[in-house]
Design a binder for this molecule. Structure first.
Ligand SMILES: NC(=O)c1ccc[n+]([C@@H]2O[C@H](COP(=O)([O-])OP(=O)(O)OC[C@H]3O[C@@H](n4cnc5c(N)ncnc54)[C@H](O)[C@@H]3O)[C@@H](O)[C@H]2O)c1
Length: 334
């Protein structure tokens, strides 16, 4: 049966990597009807706003979107469209796997870590203002609700159970952020009791960063706040070859958006050397979500095969292949 999926090409390298992911998904033989919608800079240019209502409406209708990266102007201009999408659609869980690939040089082998990041609040709540007339003091407010702490921790335990993972590490800063930490601990204590088969531990964010760098194989599933998850998932991506190979899923009750961890890569002018692996892997996560697990597995296998051969790799992994050449190799392996 055909399934309609919103496709947002995005900015910078976005159109190149989304086109690649679309070609690979189509080649996998699943029946997807792509519904092209705009967001980000391209939406500003074409429709005068970064997140047109029609884009949100179409995602709500379809329930699923595959999205390229979107530019967020630094310190000025419009608010992050990514954050708005996550909050508007209540996509509360951001799932970011980092898995070692054959053929990619990195410091460690056999890394298999999933960061589950709270995706709707914390320091990304968007509450920021000057508190003095001279504009020399700013308040940036982090909001933590019991509901969001509870559901992200529950999601992590349920994710661990359904994906046969053994351990959850709750990463926090409860020595300083005592109230927010306590809410997370209370939720975690409840679910640790409900899921006794999953080992549970708590770690402070700073110690976690060091441990991830020197002894990463001790981690399995990490559950953490919005800001810490944002930073940690770039770190875990770095453990397995970089942002070019790190996918992400934003999951809510009835909607989901799949994307790469990376941004628009403004330094890759033209975008024809961008590594599309992250978005192709995100598309595979989307297929699993849509219960096309077989196609998802075949896509992942094709990527592993192409990367493992080391013949066709993009410049971020030390190769010379273009986005198109790499995509072509993945489709051939499929
Ligand atoms: N989900 C998203 O839409 C998202 C995520 C992160 C950043 N951004 C936005 O992207 C813009 C640029 O951000 P940035 O420069 O901090 O981060 P970035 O992820 O775009 O780039 C960081 C580095 O990684 C490299 N890189 C990223 N993706 C790559 C790929 N697929 N292949 C090869 N190399 C790749 C880039 O060339 C750059 O050197 C900003 O506007 C930021 O807000 C969007």
């Amino acid at each position: 049966m055909s399934r309609r999926v919103v496709l947002i090409p995005g900015d910078g390298i976005g159109p190149a990597v989304t086109a690649a992911a679309r070609r690979v998904v189509d080649a996998a033989g699943v029946d997807i009807e792509w519904d092209l919608q705009l967001a980000g800079e391209s939406a500003v240019k074409e429709l005068g706003e970064p997140l047109p209502k029609s884009t949100l409406d179409h995602i709500r209708e379809c329930g699923v979107a595959l999205k390229g990266p979107l530019t967020t102007p630094l310190g000025r201009g419009y608010r992050s469209v990514n954050i708005t999408l996550r909050q508007e659609l209540d996509l509360f869980a951001n799932v970011r796997p980092a898995k070692s690939f054959p053929g990619i040089k990195s410091r460690y082998e056999k890394i298999d870590i999933v960061v589950v990041r709270e995706n709707t609040e914390g320091l990304y709540s968007g509450i920021e203002h000057f508190v003095t007339p001279q504009k020399d003091v700013v308040e940036s407010i982090a909001v933590f609700t019991r509901r969001a702490c509870d559901r992200i921790v529950r999601y992590a335990f349920e994710y661990a159970k359904t994906n046969d993972r053994k351990k959850i590490t709750l990463v926090h800063k409860a020595n300083i952020l005592k109230f927010a930490g306590t809410m997370l601990f209370e939720a975690a204590a409840r679910y640790a009791r409900e899921y006794p088969e999953i080992e549970y531990e708590e770690k402070i964010i700073d110690a976690t960063c060091m441990q991830l760098v020197i002894h990463p194989n001790q981690f399995d599933v990490i559950v953490t706040t919005n800001l810490f998850g944002d930073i940690l998932s770039d770190l875990t991506a770095g453990l397995v070859g970089g942002l070019g190979v790190a996918p992400a899923a934003n999951i809510g009750e009835g909607n989901a958006i799949f994307e790469a961890v990376h941004g628009t890569a403004p330094d890759l002018v033209g975008g024809e050397s961008a590594n599309p692996t992250a978005l192709i892997l995100a598309a595979a996560m989307m297929l699993s979500y849509l219960r096309w697990g077989d196609a998802a597995e075949r896509i992942e296998k094709a990527i592993r095969e192409v990367l493992g051969r080391r013949l066709v790799q993009t410049p971020d992994l030390g190769g010379k292949a273009t986005t198109q050449e790499f995509t072509h190799a993945v489709i051939a392996a499929l």
